[in-house]
Design a binder for this molecule. Structure first.
Ligand SMILES: [Zn+2]
Length: 179
């Protein structure tokens, strides 16, 4: 029996049905933005530029800095990478996995964070949102109140950003890149 397997944590970031968890009123507002062809404009006016964290090394530095600021004592992180497959294969924007390894009579886990390549060319606040989401999973495995409390502790505007990231995904699906 092998203990060297990946156990992906379920993530609240499904690729489809981006906005299904939001109120009908909010969904209607988005529909209006789309109908009036103003979605890109709305995103660009609030998020005019992209970050320059373009490779795995700089992503790793970025996520470790966040971890050091807010979650220094949580389980160690062994790997942080961009992943261009999880969007399609796992239907996820980010993935936190832990790999249990048996060492003698102890089980040690290795934590890995994978961030969809969608965030490689995106506004910095969007990258921060997904990084904070996956970091919070080091401590809170499920998407419960404690989990979101930790997210908003690290990033007070977390909920607005998660919504705007979903808007951005709708934009990408409907009309393609804007940056
Ligand atoms: Zn999650």
């Amino acid at each position: 029996m092998s203990f060297d397997f990946l156990t992906p944590i379920e993530c609240s970031m499904p690729v489809h049905k981006y906005l299904s968890h939001y109120s009908p009123e909010l969904q209607q507002q988005v529909k209006t933005l789309i109908d009036e062809n103003r979605l890109a404009e709305s995103l660009l006016s609030r998020y005019p530029s992209t970050h320059d964290i373009g490779n795995d090394q700089s992503l790793r530095d970025y996520v470790f800095e966040l971890k050091n600021d807010y979650m220094k004592k949580s389980s160690p992180l062994s790997k942080v990478v961009y992943d261009n497959r999880i969007h399609v294969i796992n239907n996820a924007l980010g993935l936190h996995s832990y790999v249990p390894r048996v060492q003698g009579n102890k089980v040690k886990t290795k934590n890995e964070i994978r961030i969809s390549s969608v965030f490689k060319k995106a506004p910095e606040p969007f990258l921060k949102m997904i990084a904070v989401h996956e970091l919070a999973h080091l401590k809170e495995k499920s998407h419960d109140k404690a989990f979101y409390r930790l997210c908003t502790h690290m990033l007070p505007e977390y909920h607005q950003l998660e919504f705007d990231v979903r808007l951005y995904l709708v934009q990408l699906d409907l009309n393609g890149e804007i940056y």
